[in-house]
Ligand binder design. Sequence first.
Ligand SMILES: Cc1ncc(C[n+]2csc(CCOP(=O)(O)OP(=O)(O)O)c2C)c(N)n1
Ligand SMILES: [Mg+2]
Length: 757
Amino acid sequence: MTAATIPARQRDINRAKVCDDNFIEFVRGWREHAPARPRAEAPILPGSACSAADFVDLFESQLISRHLDLMARVLRVQNKVFYTIGSSGHEGNAMVARLTRDTDPAFLHYRSGGFMAERFRKLPGMDPVMDSALSFAASAEDPASGGRHKVWGSKPLWVLPQTSTIASHLPKALGTAIAIEQARRIGHALPIPDDSIAICSFGDASSNHATAQTAFNTAAWTAYQKLPAPVLFVCEDNGIGISVKTPSGWIARNFAQRPDLDYFYADGLDLAAGYGQVQAAVEHCRRSRRPTFLHLRTTRIMGHAGTDFEIEWRALEELISVESTDPLLRSAWIAMASGLMSPDEVLERYEATRRRCFAAAEEADRRPKIGSLAEVMRPLAPYTPEAVKAEAERADYAARRLEVFGGEARLPEKQPPRHLAIQINQALHDLFAKYPEALLFGEDVAQKGGVYTVTKGLNKTFGGKRVFNTLLDETMILGLAQGFANMGMLPLPEIQYLAYFHNACDQIRGEACSLQFFSNDQYRNPMVMRIASLGYQKGFGGHFHNDNSITALRDIPGLVVGCPSRGDDAATMLRTLTALAKVDGRVCAFLEPIALYMTKDLYEAGDGAWQTAFPAPGEAMPLGEGRVYAPEAGDGNDLVILTFGNGVPMSLRAARELQRRHGWSIRVVDLRWLAPLNEAFIAGQARSARRVLVVDEGRRSAGVGEGILTALVEAGLGALPTRRVVGADTYTPLAGAALLVLPGEAEIVAAAEQLTD
Ligand SMILES: Cc1ncc(C[n+]2csc(CCOP(=O)(O)OP(=O)(O)O)c2C)c(N)n1
Ligand SMILES: [Mg+2]
């Protein structure tokens, strides 16, 4: 075919219309004599694993998916629909849904209309068309996200909504598969059957992403050790990613021969051929519990999205050739060639589905939208203070505690005051006694007990099934955490250094923290992420072991960030954080200041003043509550120092010096909670002060200090003499030069002295 011979209809810029017309024209033109109608249980075509009954359902799911796409294209321009990334060409993924269960957790590619329509059949009384229409229309009644985003998601159908970030869902899908198996090993009751598998679909271009590659690698790493990881990776290969073609044959070349990632191919363009192939992959995954890679052949018609006018950048001949592989044409052919349906019957179903989709969309358009900021944010960060307090203070595990600590006399609260690292270690033992579903994992955390021995003994006491080393990849550590959380466990992932959190930040920023938002709080992935953090390690490490940037954590919606400066606070904060995770499903970060891990003294060598007693169970710290260090004399109003972390002992020493020099009465305030910042508390502390100093060891730009100053100004305290002592906007150098970039005591004293009241 050359451009000159291409009929006018085929040159239409509106490819959705072309594909629509192609279907109708193809079916209308059908002239063959129909054979006898196959029985429901008979193969749809000779030798096919797909029965006529299977085919009828699958074909309908394909039609629903297609007409949702066509509807979206039409109604987008009328502002009734707000999303046009479609599933056209991928409708064969309905086979994956049919051959798996509605209790197999699914993490889906955005082209999953066919899958969803088919999975909806698994539960009675559900309507894929209306539910999808509400989602397309961003209606507040959208059962998946409450109108916050167009996502494929469903609570009853175990479809966890995904973000638009490609490949970001693979680590948590694998994590969920591993969690399914881990549950049995720790005696945790799963919310789904024990032989469930996790399903994860994605595109061919996405398979190259680092986040995808770490999931494939970790799956293979797991299987290589003969550990089960029943994940079904479904690579929907349409040969292209937006406008970039995947080299022909690349997916098979890259995945067919990977040891410990079992490769299956299926023709997703042909239900009769593909069904048995998909079945083989699903059965293999479920039976062998091994990571399985299903290479599903698809095509992409109607462009990447409604805004993608392929005709402008792609040869028309090529477009037409791609459109000729439309799987719906193939399904129509199968329906008619098998004698299952006459052309009229096919067209009737086609048009009836169109009417159903448009009617649903028009109805969805009349349903309410989200109308207030409060409603937008409602599921983001639920907080029920009373229930959290009760859970944090719950101490009904005394017998187990005694067992864990080895008797009454060895209980941590019966020991003399100790430093931060020991008290975190004791608090973790304590939490593990309290929560049998708690898991701790990360790099070097098991036998070694972490780089700073903070987790020492946990592996021995609670065993390798609950406290274990992962492979070296932070993205995967956080993906595992989400997986365990999805299966109802309480993950405490450890990130070895703050710099390496930044390496994998998207798993928290884009994924974990967004789940409650995008699922209207139907799904939660609670966790407490411990991160060895911040600077001032004496003579050690340089930047990456002393990273002081909290900025990347502070603005993650919904994330709770706590930072203790001493052992007793660490213990009570950890109780509150785990309670926040358990009760409200919150994602929490616990920044452990490395330089304070072993600090015992405050004012003089040997004074032991930075050691604290272990708080007995029953004590917890409310979210947002700071600690106020009372002055040695007076009301503390000559100067108030607002700080956290390493800044606390430094400020206490500086305060003593300032008092000695000037006789000032000074209050040092440890904020302890860095996100959300307790603005009312900050203002309350500053209101009566004559001077305010903010000591922030983080960086000048976008750090906690900026938040504190903003809180002061917005509380009307902008006229107070205020200064900030803060880290420089630089990487941290090695050795003694590190102290040049970080706030020091002399600087705190000097800054305070410059404040005039
Ligand atoms: C991390 C990330 N980078 C870039 C994008 C923008 N983007 C969205 S879809 C896409 C192409 C994906 O192609 P493929 O994985 O083959 O899926 P297909 O759309 O072809 O089904 C790109 C680059 C994104 N969503 N996420
Ligand atoms: Mg693709």
